[in-house]
Design a protein around this ligand. Structure first.
Ligand code: S3P
Length: 429
């Protein structure tokens, strides 16, 4: 494939924009709406490749779902209304679809086979399969039942307590969705809070759930009631423009209607530590999810240390935070982030490779990286590693390089933000 030259001739980012709906919340809205009884409407649905995969899966499972742009209507018939699919279900590139669907399908009386793209087929599924097997699930597949493709022979499950060895909202959510159909109650114990969209949305679908001291308990055999879901803007998508505005002097940007769930906004805490000037206005709430507008001005940044319990609250923002760190005064250390190695690509290796090629001084560590600022970026030929968040980070980097950046692929951005380049062009001056 011919490399693409990124040429935005940007001086600053100015104006105001809405970013599309949150990816994590969109997946959950389709899943819970399909399990509920009655008509669920989802507004500000994110029409990205990952979320369309989830939507098509439920259509294959016999759920009538209509989409008109960002408005989706689901005619749920309850979990017992799901039909056995005649063909394998395709999870594409989507880790969230894969992990949550395994939990959801394991306890239903259906036989399903599931597969994903090349990247997803390499990613670990045992983190959900092992605890699900302890609940009684029958899941078989490649690499000693650890990786896609997999076959799921749905059967009755028994509730249990699972103390999660890793910090993962996908594992927690898979267990809660399995617990919903299991006998008795299921408790998930987290070491530290991870994104809690599943818990909030289960409640808005009428499910009772106890959450205390990082213990989340759900009683089995509950029935979801259809509702209206309004998906807030995706903080993880906004993060790229936020970073662009901080990097380009003279920027002034408002990003509207963004999901500001504290389990997702660790980047705001880090940026405050780094000395950035960001305000939140128009605070509101939808479906238990806090939302607001972000007001950003360019400024100077200081290096910092990022680790511990903060990591799950900004895990998807670490590539773009790494770029910011190259332009901060002093050293930035990212640690306790080994999970980055099992994302859409090994994001520690990918970030270090890309930023080094672009002229940064950055060292790979076992569980993160050390970035030495403040280093002017040059330019060069880089790969997005087929990873949407790497590609968007590279595009933002190209706004500040002295020479052009050439990237091997931009189409992977469609995984989470198909209109990213279009929206960027609206605010570049
Ligand atoms: C997600 C959870 C996170 C995150 C992913 C989306 C979710 O993954 O990185 O992009 O929607 O639950 P982990 O649960 O693997 O940390």
């Amino acid at each position: 494939m011919k490399p693409i030259k990124l040429d935005f001739n940007a001086h600053a980012l100015r104006g105001s924009l809405d970013v599309p709906g949150d990816k994590s919340i969109t997946h959950r809205a389709i899943m819970l709406g399909s399990l509920a009884n009655g008509t669920t409407t989802v507004s500000n649905f994110l029409p990205s490749e990952d979320c369309l995969c989830t939507l098509e899966i439920f259509q294959q499972l016999g759920v009538p779902i209509e989409r008109d742009g960002e408005m989706v209507t689901i005619e749920g018939k309850g979990a017992s209304g799901l039909e056995e699919p005649l063909k394998p279900l395709y999870f594409g590139n989507s880790g969230t679809t894969a992990r949550l669907m395994l939990g959801l399908l394991a306890g239903l009386p259906l036989f399903t086979t599931v597969y994903g793209d090349q990247s997803l087929s390499k990613r670990p599924m045992d983190r959900v399969i092992q605890p699900l097997q302890q609940m009684g699930a029958s899941i078989y597949g490649r690499d000693h039942h650890k990786r896609l493709p997999l076959a799921i022979i749905g059967k009755p499950l028994s509730g249990m307590t699972h103390k999660m060895p890793i910090k993962s909202a996908q594992v927690k959510s898979a267990m809660l969705l399995a617990g919903l159909h299991a006998d008795g109650q299921t408790t998930v114990i987290e070491q530290t809070p991870t994104r809690n969209h599943t818990e909030l949305m289960l409640r808005s679908f009428g499910i009772s759930l106890e959450t205390e001291n990082n213990h989340i308990t759900i009683k089995g055999k509950q029935q979801l009631k259809a509702t209206k879901v309004n998906v807030p803007g995706d903080f993880s998508s906004a993060a790229f423009f936020l970073a662009g505005a901080l990097l380009l002097q003279g920027s002034q940007l408002v990003i509207k209607n963004i999901g500001l769930n504290p389990t997702r906004t660790g980047m705001l805490d880090v940026l405050e530590q780094m000395g950035a000037c960001i305000h939140v206005t128009e605070k509101n709430e939808t479906g238990g999810e806090p939302v607001g507008d972000l007001v950003i001005e360019s400024g100077t940044l200081q290096g910092t240390t990022i680790g511990g319990n903060l990591i799950p609250r900004l895990i998807d923002e670490l590539p773009i935070i790494s770029l910011l760190a190259t332009q901060a005064e002093g050293k930035t250390i990212i640690k306790d982030a080994k999970e980055l190695r099992v994302k859409e690509t090994d994001r520690i290796k990918a970030v270090v490779d890309v930023l080094t090629t672009l002229g940064a001084t950055i060292e790979e560590t076992n569980d993160g990286m050390i970035i030495y600022g403040k280093k002017a970026l040059t330019g060069g030929y880089v790969s997005a590693y087929g990873d949407h968040r790497m590609a968007m980070m590279i595009v933002i980097a190209s706004l500040i390089t002295k020479q052009p950046v050439h990237i091997d692929n931009l189409s992977c951005i469609n995984i989470s933000y198909p209109n990213f380049i279009h929206d960027l062009k609206q605010i570049v001056i």
